[in-house]
Design a protein around this ligand. Sequence first.
Ligand code: DCP
Ligand code: MG
Length: 371
Amino acid sequence: ATVSPPTPVATVSQYACQRRTTLENHNKIFTEAFEVLAESYEFNMNEGQCLAFRRAASVLKSLPWAVLSLGATQDLPCLGQHTKKVMEEVLYYGRSFEVDNILSDERFQTLKLFTSVFGVGPKTAEKWYCRGLRSFSDILADRSIHLNRMQQSGFLHYGDISRAVSKAEALSLRNIIDGAVHAITPAAAVALTGGFRRGKEFGHDVDFIVTTPELGKEDRLLLNIIDGLKRQGLLLYCDYQASTFDMAKLPNHRFKAMDNFSKCFLILRLESSQVEGGLHSVEGDSRGWRAVRVDLVSPPLDRYAFALMGWTGSRQFQRDLRRFARAERRMLLDNHALYDKNKKEFLAASTEKDIFAHLGLEYIEPWQRNA
Ligand code: DCP
Ligand code: MG
C-alpha cells in the first residue's frame, strides 16, 4: 500500500455506500481512537457526536493510504474540528489525551464491562453503575437485582461468548444449521451473513439467513430448526421472536437495530471435534466444546435480498445506504423493502445487485462493505 495520497486524489463520497472499504485499514491509529470516543458518547446518550466519530472512522477506513499529516485530510468528508484535533494529537504524540482519559475513566470502564454481557445494553449498565456496582461479583451478589433469562445466560456463558468466534467455527456451525434445515425440507436454504460474509476472520457471533420457497412458512421453518437443534442437545439458550412483518408498511429509513422478520437469538454448543483445527478458545478446547452466539433470521423469499443486504452490514454501510436512498433518491430502504416516494411504489429485488441498481449505485461486493 502507498503511504501518501496518490495525485490527483479521487473525491471521497460522504456516503459509505459509494466507497469500497476492505478489511485492510491503513488508519487504525485514528479509527481506534475514534471508536473509543464514539462509544463514550454512546454511553452518555449523545447520539449525534457518537455518529460523527463513527462516520469519521468509516471515511478513514476506506482510504487505500495512511494519513501522515492533517494536510492530507483537507478534501475528506465527515471530518469535523473535534475529529481533526484528535488526529492532530495522534500525529504529534502518538496518542490522544482525550482518549487516554476516557480509557482510564472508572465509569467508562464499568459500562464497557457490563455491556460486554449478552443481554445488557447501555441503559441497564448505567442503572447498575448508578447503584454503585462495579464488577460482575457486585452484580451477582446484589439480591435486589433481577436478571432476565438472556442476562442469566450471558453470565453463565460469559467466558465462551466474550471470546471471538473464528471463521472455522462459523463454517462448522453452517454445516450444523444446514443439516438441521435439510432434515426439515430440502427446498430450504441457509446463507452465512454478517461479518463473516464480509470476509472477517473473527466475529462476536455468527449470523445466518434461512429461507424456504414457500411463502408464509418462515415462522414454521425457524421453529422446526430450533426443535432440531434442541433434540441434538446443542441448544443452550433460545430467544425466538415470531414475525411481525407487515408488507403494507413503508420502509423505516431510521436505522433501528431490529427488523420484523421471524428470528432467534441463540447460544449453541459447538463441539471441538466438529471444527477444523479445533476450537478458537483455548479453555473450551480442553473441555471439548464451547458456547457460541448464533442469530438466525427467516424472511419471506420475496424479501430475501433486502434481508441479506441488511444483515451483511456493516452497520455503518447500511446506515449510509438508507441515508443515501432518502436524501439523494427520495427512496425509503430498510431490511424489508425499498419504496420510491417519487413513483409512490415499492421496488422489488431478488438480488442485492437489484437493490444497488434501483438506487443508481455501483455494485459494492460484501467484502468491500467493511465501512
Ligand atoms: N442486524 C440487523 N438487525 C438485528 C441485528 C443485526 O439488521 N437485529 C444487522 C446489523 C449488522 C448485521 O446485521 O449490520 C450483523 O450484525 P452483527 O451485530 O452480528 O455485526 P457483524 O456481524 O457485522 O459483526 P460481528 O463480527 O461483531 O458479529
Ligand atoms: Mg455478526
